[in-house]
Ligand binder design. Structure first.
Ligand code: FES
Ligand code: FE
Length: 441
């Protein structure tokens, strides 16, 4: 590789990033092998595949896959590619199938991946051992809180261990997991944009841009602005990154609602008595959660390498998920999902999904602003003078970067490594881990 990865790793400790990692084709090709074939990647949520034969199609890196619930009720993940000549087997986003039949010569495969049908099989004169030509299966599939992840690396650490300290933030920040589980929509939006996938991933722990890039965006969650803490959320905000040498996930959190319950009840009242009762019940449940994380705390959890969960805090707003699929060194397809609480009344589910879409989606107020900046960032990538200079990731590197008002003591005992929220500690951890994986054969 033309970029010296050991040097990249050394520089990140000084807060510098080589811009070539965002466009170099060799780096990109190596990432497909060393990042996307080794890390646990989100593929589906249990609620997307409730019945036998339910499937969705997805990507793991650039590889298309089928995620399907087989006859034994087990979720399996297969490369979405016919073994005969390699045609994409399933061309649909989702559905229910007893078998997948290729559109070219008609080979068909069961939901367990077995090759079950070959037209004119006699022409092979008994020379085709069908048991050797089943679909290529992703060896590891595992779920956490209903979120299903898959991993091409049969020797990878278990998902639980991979999530590490972030499990705590899932359990508490997404206290929604306790609320009888969540229900996830099929993909709501897909947008192809011109930037490297890491630009999106490193923005996941960047609170620095929020007030500038998203100036007025926050107000678009109905009446949200007026319920924000007087002093803003900045002095309660913190960034948690995983401790240790494992994956560099991150969680950004801060108090975003002065009185979350009042805000939620105020909105639930418009939706009727059952929504009000539900919100009250949820606030009773939330008393069991860690008060440093919920309720009233927004939380943005980024899991390495390519998924982000955005929870603005209200029970009356769903949680958005951004999933970034690499499509080339300078192209990324963002898939946007929303999940809501499974046991909420129908009216509240609908309203919550809409609330989140108004805020965090391509038709909302936040996401287009980010993407515009990421494309601007990419626009001069590769030009000779542009690549000659390192990028700055030094925020919070000297000292702890904490402003005097930061009440760090409330958070320091939380799992992971805690920094002030406006810090490059998140991206630094990410590029350090990225560079390590990229060097491991
Ligand atoms: Fe699928 Fe021939 S390519 S049957
Ligand atoms: Fe943003």
């Amino acid at each position: 590789v033309s970029v010296d990865l050991a040097e990249v790793q050394a520089q990140i400790n000084r807060g510098l990033v080589d811009p070539r990692i965002f466009f170099d084709p060799e780096i990109y090709r190596l990432e497909q092998e060393r990042i996307f074939r080794r890390c646990w990647l989100f593929v589906a949520h249990e609620t997307m595949l409730p019945r036998t034969g339910d499937y969705i199609t997805q990507y793991m890196g650039e590889d298309p896959v089928i995620v399907v619930r087989d006859k034994q009720e087990r979720v399996r993940v297969f490369l979405n590619r016919c073994r005969h000549r390699g045609v994409r087997l399933c061309p649909f986003d989702r559905g229910n199938a007893k078998a997948f039949t290729c559109s070219y010569h008609g080979w068909s495969y069961g939901t367990d991946g077995a090759l079950v049908g070959v037209p004119e099989v006699g022409t092979y004169a008994g020379g085709l051992d069908q048991s050797k030509w089943g679909l290529i299966e992703v060896p590891q599939v595992s779920s956490y809180g209903g979120f299903i992840f898959a991993n091409w690396d049969a020797g990878a650490i278990p998902l639980d261990q991979y999530l590490g300290d972030m499990r705590y933030y899932f359990d508490n920040a997404f206290g929604r997991l306790y609320a009888g589980g969540v229900e996830m929509s099929p993909v709501k939006q897909r947008v192809l944009s011109n930037h490297n996938w890491k630009i999106a991933a490193d923005n996941g722990s960047d609170l620095y841009h929020f007030g500038i890039t998203h100036g007025g965006g926050i107000g678009t969650l109905q009446d949200y602005g007026e319920h924000m803490p007087q002093e803003g959320f900045a002095d309660t905000a913190y960034l948690a990154t995983c401790s240790g040498a494992g994956p560099s996930h991150s969680a950004l959190a801060g108090k975003s609602l002065a009185d979350a319950q009042r805000y939620d009840l105020h909105l639930a009242e418009r939706l009727g008595a059952s929504s009000v009762a539900y919100v009250k019940r949820r606030y009773e449940q939330m008393k069991k959660l860690d008060a440093r994380v919920a309720p009233g705390y927004f939380s943005v959890v980024g899991l390495f390498p390519s998924i982000l969960f955005v929870d603005m805090a209200p029970v009356t707003a769903g949680v958005a998920i951004e999933l970034w699929h690499p499509k080339g060194p300078r192209r990324t397809e963002t898939w946007l999902y929303v999940f809501v609480e499974k046991e909420a009344p129908e009216a509240l589910k609908k309203f919550s999904a809409l609330q989140m879409m108004r805020f965090h989606s391509f038709s909302g107020s936040v996401v287009p602003d980010d993407h515009e900046n990421w494309e601007r960032l990419d626009s001069a990538a590769g030009a000779p003078s542009s690549i000659a200079h390192q990028l700055n990731y030094t925020q919070g590197l000297a000292g702890d970067g904490r402003p005097p008002g930061f009440v760090a003591r409330h958070y320091e005992e939380l799992p992971g490594k805690i920094d002030y929220a406006i810090s490059d500690a998140g991206p630094r951890a990410m590029y350090r881990y990225w560079a390590r994986l990229m060097q491991e054969r």
